[in-house]
Design a protein around this ligand. Structure first.
Ligand SMILES: Nc1ncnc2c1ncn2[C@@H]1O[C@H](COP(=O)(O)OP(=O)(O)OP(=O)(O)O)[C@@H](O)[C@H]1O
Ligand SMILES: [Mg+2]
Length: 617
């Protein structure tokens, strides 16, 4: 009756857009089943062994009751129904009722216990996975789309719960049922039992074939489920682009194709499981027919009683159900193993950005925060993004990075904050390699206004505080005023307590940027990184917010990325980047005088005789 547990969809290896050959993320060889089980046992099961044993004992009692039931059929027929000893009927009835009561009570308890245990283990696994995934680097998240990761954390952990909800009950309850019923059948007549089971060897080969199909299809189903999750994730994130470009039908079509692959694999999985059950039925029917012929003759000859036959028949009929369930055991087991393997695989991926082993380099003090890039080489994929990049940003000064889109400016910040590590070269702060510094301590050195700062679906206040505690109201107000958040917060219905929607979608682009600036102002870190920090603001708020940022930058090591050159002309040093190298540097006046790349950029932006005036818009 039980098809193999519906494989909870989850990706095996999420379909990366372009897996970079240079950066193998997925861990080495496939771990053996033993390794997987050992890991699960040590990590999540061992601590609850007592609890588990109680549940297993209850399952065993539950399972053995069927054997008891079939044994009661013999006196029911021979003594009561055929033998006419009416007085016994109460005893037999009470016995049969007792069997069902015990079954009912034990199954209620063990099912509840197992539900509790499996939910507990699944929750633990999800937390463990999330904590682990959050430590992984840029490259990993570039290869694994969010939708697929969501599927893995949720789906694979849940599929592993099948170990407790499917595999264990099959083993303990159905296994014991089979043993008890077979015992009863042998007790009644071992020859009949032997005859009935003659067909079983016939089952072995077809079931092995079916199992392979089920496992492969189960894997396919999980991969396409991950694809489906990725599609949905991208559709909902890009919904407005889709609507504006009229891509609804196109996207629906892509989704349909993914779903149809999922459907096919899923149906085959279930059909394979059902096929195993049907085969078992066929063999049982054959066995039963043989017993009927042989035993019927014995009863007719008076060698056997009707009660014995009925008891045997009952045991045999009751045997079919748990046998079918057991035949699906391997399918359920394979499903659990497949998920276990993927979860284990994810956990084995070592974060490439890791806390260095001691001795650690000292963290710089405020006055030592000179930043240096020395011959830094970096590629996300195979295409180099930084190619022998050198930079010096002196402590306490403002250094600007300018250059065309795609030059690698944002990448400089990515490497400096160690979201990724360079493939060659060195990055130092205060003369010490950042790769040798305490990771948390290093990241605490920076206040960043990123090009695409993430807002979270929390209140405006929480989005500014970002977990900071002990911030006085006065200080918060000061920051909000300076970043011009107060201005629009006052117009929101619930002010600072307004929720900003998923990824800040209830705010305008400029408002989101002001929230990001407020965060940076609040952080009071020694190094300030501004990536197009005011690009989304209107001219008036830009000049006001810029003032606040200039004030913040005073006395801090500041790196500014800006396309609008007005923002950077007062910088102590301007570095012009092109295709991953610094091609020019100097202050505004020097670079203009040199008539090089910077001067050309400048001329483009401020074309006309009044070069040097702010651009029109
Ligand atoms: N996560 C990523 N995976 C792969 N390639 C990336 C990734 N991020 C950036 N790149 C590539 O690296 C190059 C430099 O990107 P970067 O974001 O540093 O440019 P930028 O100078 O900041 O440009 P912009 O001025 O448009 O912000 C680009 O060619 C881009 O395609
Ligand atoms: Mg950028």
């Amino acid at each position: 009756m039980q098809p193999p547990p519906t494989p909870v969809p989850s990706p095996s290896s999420a379909p990366p857009p372009a897996p970079p050959p240079s950066a193998p993320v997925d861990p080495g060889p496939r771990p053996s089943d033993r390794v997987l089980m050992d890991w699960l046992w040590r990590g999540h099961v061992r601590q609850r062994l007592g609890f588990l044993l109680v549940a297993v004992v209850l399952m065993a009692i539950d399972g053995s009751m069927l054997g008891a039931l079939s044994l009661m059929i013999e006196p029911l027929f021979d003594e009561v129904l055929v033998g006419g000893r009416g007085g016994l009927i109460g005893v037999v009835a009470a016995g049969i009722a007792g069997v069902f009561i015990i079954r009912g009570v034990t199954s209620l308890i063990h099912k509840t216990m197992i539900a509790w245990l499996s939910e507990k283990v699944m929750a633990e696994l999800q937390q463990q996975l999330l904590a682990h995934l959050m430590r992984l680097d840029h490259g990993f998240f570039h290869r694994h789309p969010p939708g697929a990761l969501i599927e893995r954390v949720r789906g694979d952990s849940q599929a592993m719960g099948g170990l407790f909800t499917a595999v264990l009950p099959k083993l303990a309850r159905d296994g014991i049922s089979v043993v008890a019923l077979l015992g009863a059948a042998i007790w009644i007549d071992w020859r009949w039992t032997l005859i009935a089971l003659l067909g079983i060897p016939l089952l072995i080969l077809p079931i092995m074939v079916l199992q392979r199909i089920v496992r492969r299809m189960g894997g396919d189903a999980r991969i396409s489920a991950a694809d489906a999750a990725t599609r949905l994730d991208e559709i909902f994130h890009g919904i407005f682009t889709i609507q504006r470009s009229g891509l609804e039908r196109h996207e629906a079509g892509r989704f349909e194709r993914v779903l149809s692959r999922f459907r096919k694999a899923q149906v085959r999985t279930v059909a394979g499981g059902a096929g195993m059950g049907s085969l078992a039925d066929l063999v049982a029917a054959m066995g039963f027919a043989l017993v009927l012929i042989y035993g019927g003759a014995q009863i007719a000859a008076g060698e056997r009683t009707v009660g014995q036959f009925m008891a045997f028949f009952t045991a045999f009929a009751l045997l079919i159900e748990p046998l079918r369930s057991l035949s699906a055991l391997n399918g359920a087991w394979q499903t659990v193993l497949a998920s276990l393997e993927r979860v284990y695989g994810l956990l084995q991926i070592r974060p490439r950005i890791a806390q260095p082993t001691p001795p650690l380099a000292p963290l710089p003090t405020r006055s030592q925060t000179t930043v240096r890039f020395e011959g830094v080489e970096f590629a996300y994929d195979s295409e180099p993004v930084l190619r022998g990049f050198d930079l010096e940003a002196r402590a306490g000064q403002t250094t600007a990075l300018v250059g065309p889109s795609g030059a690698g400016k944002t990448t400089v910040f990515t490497l400096l904050t160690r979201l990724a590590d360079p493939q060659a070269g060195r990055i130092t702060i205060g003369g010490h390699d950042i790769a040798r510094m305490d990771l948390r301590g290093l990241r605490d050195l920076f206040a960043v206004v990123a090009q695409d700062s993430a807002l979270f679906d929390e209140t405006l206040r929480d989005n500014v505080l970002m977990g900071a505690t002990g911030v006085s109201d006065a200080r918060l107000r000061e920051v909000l005023d300076a970043a011009h958040v107060s201005e629009f917060a006052a117009q929101l219905r619930e002010g600072l307590e307004t929720r900003v929607g998923p990824r800040g979608s209830a705010l305008s682009g400029g408002q989101r940027q002001r929230v990001a600036i407020a965060r940076a102002l609040l952080r009071d870190a020694p190094i300030l990184l501004l990536d197009e920090a005011t690009s989304a603001l209107d001219a008036r708020s830009e000049s006001l917010v810029q003032e606040a940022l200039d004030r913040l930058a005073e006395g801090r090591t500041t790196l500014v990325i800006a396309h609008r050159l007005t923002t950077v002309r007062r910088a102590d040093k301007i570095v012009v980047m092109e295709r991953g190298v610094a091609i020019e540097e100097g202050d505004h006046a020097t670079l203009i005088a040199r008539s090089g790349a910077y001067a050309r950029l400048h001329a483009l932006q401020f074309s006309g005789p009044e070069a040097g005036q702010p651009p029109p818009g």
